[in-house]
Ligand binder design. Sequence first.
Ligand SMILES: Nc1ncnc2c1ncn2[C@@H]1O[C@H](COP(=O)(O)OP(=O)(O)OP(=O)(O)O)[C@@H](O)[C@H]1O
Ligand SMILES: [Mg+2]
Length: 219
Amino acid sequence: MIEFKSISKIFKYKNTEIKALDSVSLHIDNNEMVAIMGPSGSGKTTLLNIAGGIFKQTSGEYLFNNKTVLGNESDMAKFRSDNVGFILQHSALINNRNVLYNISLPLKYKNIEKNKIKEKVLIVTDSLGISNKLEMYPHMLSGGECQRVAIARAVITNPNIILADEPTCSLDDNNKYEVLDILKKLNKEGITIIIATHDDTVAQICDRKINIKNGKIFI
Ligand SMILES: Nc1ncnc2c1ncn2[C@@H]1O[C@H](COP(=O)(O)OP(=O)(O)OP(=O)(O)O)[C@@H](O)[C@H]1O
Ligand SMILES: [Mg+2]
């Protein structure tokens, strides 16, 4: 379970302070699929980054499965690697590495044996219909295929939660619904999913919407 207790995040830039999150309190249960909806600049990415342990809040408390998430950079890296898969808008793949390498990377960080990695990649890519693309480079793939590679990379470590930041906004409708179907299926398999989006059709496939504006949550 994800719990934010009055979390604020203030970015300092030159002489100004930007309050990206303003006393946000929320609960997301294990196995929920939730949309974070709000206009540009409202704090969606900031919220995902705190939930995923990318950076820390300025004040307030973040609990994951009833334990406070804090600590030094290596604790945060362990939290991410044990629990979180990220999917970003433009898939954020490494362009000069092939699909196999891109998907394997999170397991390489966990020092998992090479044969085991290949085996796992084959299972995951098979289920996503991209096992014939392993030797290709990202520029050879369609936008939808890139997002499926990004999903494979996110799920390869069996995360408890997937944080998806505008995962479909660079896709046409067919690819969009395909990616959403995959996310829904992963959710049914037990992964908690949080999607930041502007798109109400994306939010409609979620169990629940959380609206955010100017860093504040409202119903
Ligand atoms: N590293 C940073 N330094 C300074 N300000 C930042 C930083 N990151 C985000 N902000 C500011 O915090 C606010 C919230 O940004 P955030 O990226 O969370 O919005 P968002 O809802 O994801 O927007 P979008 O829909 O455009 O992606 C914005 O005003 C943004 O300019
Ligand atoms: Mg954003």
